[in-house]
Structure formats: C-alpha cells, structure tokens
Design a protein around this ligand. Sequence first.
Ligand SMILES: [Zn+2]
Length: 63
Amino acid sequence: MDKDFTSCLKCRNGVLLPLSDYGRDGAPIMYKAWVCNNPECGFNIRIDNGEISLGRDISTSVK
Ligand SMILES: [Zn+2]
C-alpha cells in the first residue's frame, strides 16, 4: 500500500507523507515538509526558503 510514497529512511517502517502549506501571498507551497507516518519515529524534513531542516521536533497539528 502507499507505494507512491517514499519509505522512511530512519525507521523503514513508515512512509514519508508530503505536507503542503500556503505562502504569505496565498500561493500554495507544495511538499513543504515531509513527515514519517510512524508516530514512534517522528522523522521529518522541512523546506523553508530553499533550506532543508532535518529531524526537528514537529508539532502534531497535521491537518
Ligand atoms: Zn520513520
């Protein structure tokens, strides 16, 4: 299932789910962050202004 998603490189059990966001001008930002769907793993990647942030604690306010 969910073979379209990238397997999590950390736990290898979950998959990385793409999260989108909206910029200040309302333009959609596709795939701004990727998070592992395994709650015990919590691996995440964020892309902010072209910079990639790895593994920070992320809020659970996933829409
Ligand atoms: Zn994981």
